[in-house]
Ligand binder design. Structure first.
Ligand code: PLZ
Length: 452
């Protein structure tokens, strides 16, 4: 088997044109004529190659990546073990459909998921193509296992763009606006959001738990509730980190009432937060866990992993799909997981955290519009507000800083229900000097945006 070797990408930011440059702009004009305008683009610099902590665009600019394609390329773009796995597998065979004639790679990924996800109980998994599809299937499993219908999700939660997962997602624009009606039997509980909890951060854990329990009891009924679905650290909703203790209380409540706890670790999983999974941090063991994004180094793969008695409660052939657990995606996942183990990327995420927090905490001391610095590992964020104790969300400043970062060749992302959260999701393959330089650019953008 032969492959074309490509030279390693110089791990330096380099701007040779404006960003986006002329070739990107040409491509963007073609995009406008060929691609639905419903598909948005954050920074229209068209990428040609990527690796380490750098994206190289078609104009030859080397951009620093602080987004990892939304928390996907945790092992880096084109990580060597991922590339080797993909190349070998693609040369062997590209598809049979696991439901028709199976193959080892699918089974091997499920073995890895059983080993790595929280809890040492007997587990089973099923593989899919996208995060949303994994969430849909976790709900199917919870419903067949419990014989109940209702699903409880949280304010600020994000679970996908398919019909059921739009229903589970909290934010209307842009995810749900005009796309209803949504699936029934979805209920929303208040989220333990320390910065914005009406009773204050100190009372957030207890009061938010109480509000959740009351909501389930009065509006849904415990015995009607099939599942509670939660992101242990919320992603799109604003990198909301619930206070310590809250998640375990929710988990205990679910156990007490026979409700399936689904941890949506699609964004938080696979070393991103400094643990294999964010639930590990508090020793919470969910019944089902959904994974995607970081699992396969950029190839589309997702999984539902959970208690054997739940996953096996589904009738034969009740779960599946043509492409779910595609062999090339599975080979990529095996390469990505091996990389995470061999390079101890959980430890690397903690190093990234300390690099970022020392800088972001200083920045917060300087600017009172930074109301919060939060997150774990390489999943960190700052929330921007009006300042001086006024928590009015400052989406305008967030957007302005984002734009200035883009112009300087730093690929940044925002998030949050109110569009006022700046999030940092660098690949764990980024060298320290790129992280520091990216933070310099961010600081500079912040100074300029607040001065104007
Ligand atoms: N659950 C927790 O973060 C995907 C979505 C970006 P898919 N998040 C990024 C966008 O605007 O579409 C996500 C997630 C959590 C589920 C999903 C859905 O995963 O692979 O995008 O379907």
């Amino acid at each position: 088997m032969t492959s074309t070797p490509t030279s390693p990408i110089d791990q330096q930011r380099k701007l040779v044109t404006a960003v986006p440059g002329p070739r990107s702009q040409e491509l963007h004009a073609r995009k406008a004529a060929a691609v639905s305008s419903g598909v948005g683009v954050g920074l229209p610099a068209y990428v040609e190659r990527a690796g380490g902590g750098i994206l190289v665009d078609v104009d030859g600019n080397h951009l620093i990546d602080f987004g990892s394609g939304i928390a996907v390329t945790t092992v880096g773009n084109s990580a060597p073990a991922v590339v080797a796995g993909v190349q070998e597998q693609a040369a062997d065979f590209t598809h049979t459909c696991f439901m028709v004639t199976p193959y080892e790679e699918y089974v091997a990924v499920c073995e890895q998921l059983a080993d790595l996800t929280p809890g040492d109980h007997e587990k089973r998994s099923a593989l899919f193509n996208s995060g949303a599809e994994a969430v849909e299937n976790a709900v199917k499993v919870a419903r067949t296992f419990t014989g109940r219908d209702a699903v409880v999700a949280f304010e600020h939660g994000y679970h996908g763009r398919t019909n059921l997962t739009m229903g589970l997602t909290a934010k209307s624009m842009p995810y749900k606006h005009g796309f209803g009606p949504f699936a029934p039997e979805i209920y929303r509980a208040p989220m333990a959001y320390p910065l914005r909890w009406p009773g204050g951060a100190d009372r957030c854990a207890d009061e938010a738990f109480r509000a959740f329990v009351d909501m389930v009891h009065t509006q849904v009924g415990e015995t009607n509730t099939a599942a509670v679905i939660i992101e242990p650290i919320q992603g799109e909703g604003g990198f909301v980190v619930p206070p310590p203790g809250w998640l375990s209380k929710v988990a205990d409540f679910c156990t007490e009432h026979g409700i399936v706890l689904i941890a949506d670790e699609i964004q938080t999983g696979f070393c991103r937060t400094g643990d294999w999974f964010a639930c590990d941090h508090e020793g919470v063991v969910p019944d089902l866990i959904t994974t995607a994004k970081g699992i396969a180094g950029g190839l589309p793969l997702a999984g539902v992993t959970g208690r054997a008695e739940m996953m096996d409660s589904v009738h034969a052939s009740g779960l599946g799909g043509t492409y779910g657990g595609n062999p090339v995606a599975c080979a990529a996942a095996l390469g990505a997981i091996r990389t995470m183990r061999e390079q101890d990327l959980c430890a690397r995420a903690k190093e990234v955290e300390s690099i970022f927090l020392s800088r972001l905490d200083q920045l917060r001391a300087k600017y009172d519009v930074i109301a919060d610095v939060r997150g774990r590992g390489a999943m960190l964020a700052v929330e921007l507000t009006a300042g001086a104790g006024d928590l009015t969300p400052n989406a305008a400043l967030t957007g302005a800083v984002n734009k200035l970062c883009h112009e300087q060749g730093l690929v940044t992302l925002t998030c949050g229900t109110f569009g006022n959260v700046f999030r940092f999701l660098p690949p764990l393959s980024s060298p320290d000097h790129l992280l520091e330089e990216g933070l310099d650019i961010f600081e500079d953008a912040f100074a300029r945006a607040t001065a104007s």
